[in-house]
Design a protein around this ligand. Structure first.
Ligand SMILES: C[S@@+](CC[C@H](N)C(=O)[O-])C[C@H]1O[C@@H](n2cnc3c(N)ncnc32)[C@H](O)[C@@H]1O
Length: 390
């Protein structure tokens, strides 16, 4: 299967009509079976706004996108107030973005990973065109899952009343082609466990007696990666749950835990901003070199999630990059104290997002906790060691 940017419009219109006559399109979307004059006009002037999924010379799916902004779909076509409010919140002040208007894959071609491939292709395509923000309104479960897996920022609940009167509720997804570091892409190319992820961090080793003394039994390793701390903590007889946004990292963690005979460790794929756990279900949460890889808004959400999921008197332990880190100020500044930095790890060079914290900022972020301790790490003084008790 290949993606073709721009296509013969007459051929595309024939395929579009077929979607409706084969019922799959009409039944699901309730859209018009015709492309419509407006889109025909737009696509004939801007052919690259149409992307075709092509297999064996046949169109098996398509996507249409267009540049837009938070106030108007296009000139003189204003957005609803609620829509604008959601977009302004998600985009954090940016106004212009690319809307992925429509994406469709014919039913018999689903379940082959083409949807995931499309999103990867599309993010790169949009980035290469020089745009930095993608918005997609999704209500189809498989696509919602892909957006979540790829770490899209999400707002829920935009209601749309179809011409036929049915109400559909959309998740609004936002992806920044510039700031998003796709951990999955990094882990999925690794051939073996990187050396730097083989041994637990010293400050976690040192925290074990503190956890034991505080009667911590169940620990979440938030952003567990390939699982070095899951292995260490499970071997020290804690009940351990690991979560990470990357499926490939979790696969490596699962293999490592299996080799160690540690089959009781639960591994969960989740974004740190949306933890799929009950309130107050962990006695301890650790997070090593994870939370600073985000923009400030997501960091705040994550800390709320930690506060929600940890027990009263539960202990949180993490390292957070400090403004004293020599990388501070390098790369491209995304917002105050947050930079997109090109790093080289293993055989990869990739952009990592880093937020660098001042001590007072950390204390402010953890103000809801009963006690917070912030010191520079002894062995790595470019990081804060943060402890917090709920
Ligand atoms: C530098 S690695 C550290 C991995 C692990 N904690 C360790 O110390 O070996 C950062 C990890 O954070 C995960 N991560 C990054 N952003 C995340 C997010 N928004 N939600 C959950 N995990 C995330 C990455 O997939 C990656 O595994």
């Amino acid at each position: 299967m290949e993606f073709v940017v721009g296509y013969d419009l007459n051929e595309f219109k024939r395929y579009y009509k077929k979607l409706a006559t084969d019922l799959e399109w009409k039944k699901t979307f309730g859209y018009s079976p015709e492309l419509g004059d407006l889109w025909e006009h737009i696509l004939s002037r801007n052919p690259s706004q149409l992307i075709i999924f092509k297999e064996k010379n046949e169109i098996i799916g398509h996507a249409i996108w267009h540049p837009t902004n938070t106030k108007e779909h296009r000139k003189r076509d204003p957005r609803e107030k609620e829509d604008t409010e959601i977009l302004e919140k998600l985009l954090g002040g940016k106004k212009d973005f690319i809307e992925l208007h429509e994406i469709w894959l014919r039913t018999e071609h689903r379940g082959k990973g083409y949807g995931k491939r499309f999103f990867k292709f599309f993010e790169e395509f949009i980035r290469n065109k020089g745009y930095d923000s993608i918005i997609y309104y999704a209500d189809y479960p498989a696509v919602v899952a892909i957006c979540r897996e790829r770490g899209y920022r999400e707002a829920c609940g935009l209601k749309y009343i179809e011409p036929q009167g049915n109400t559909r509720t959309f998740h609004v997804f936002y992806f920044s082609t510039r700031i998003q570091h796709r951990w999955e892409d990094y882990y999925s190319t690794l051939k073996r466990l990187p050396r730097r992820f083989k041994k637990p961090a010293q400050f976690v080793v040192e925290a074990v007696p503190i956890f034991k003394h505080s009667n911590v039994k169940k620990i979440l390793d938030l952003g567990c990666g390939v699982g070095r701390h899951c292995v260490q903590l499970a071997n020290t007889s804690f009940e351990v749950v690991g979560s990470d946004i990357s499926k490939s990292a979790l696969k490596m963690a699962r293999n490592w835990l299996k080799e160690e005979g540690l089959m009781d460790v639960a591994l969960v794929q989740a974004a740190m901003t949306h933890l799929p756990f009950r309130n107050c279900c962990f006695d301890g949460i650790i997070s090593v070199s994870v939370i600073h890889h985000a923009v400030k808004k997501d960091i705040e959400t994550t800390i709320k999630e930690i506060h929600r999921t940890i027990n009263k008197n539960g202990l949180f332990l993490a390292n957070l990059a400090s403004v004293k880190d020599p990388r501070y100020g390098t790369g491209i500044e995304i917002e105050i104290d947050t930079f997109r930095i090109l790093e080289a790890f293993e055989d990869n060079r990739f952009e990592e997002l880093h937020h660098f914290f001042t001590k007072s900022e950390v204390l402010k972020l953890f103000a809801n906790f009963a006690e917070t301790g912030v010191q520079l790490l002894k062995d790595k003084p470019n990081y804060w060691r943060v402890t917090a008790k709920k």
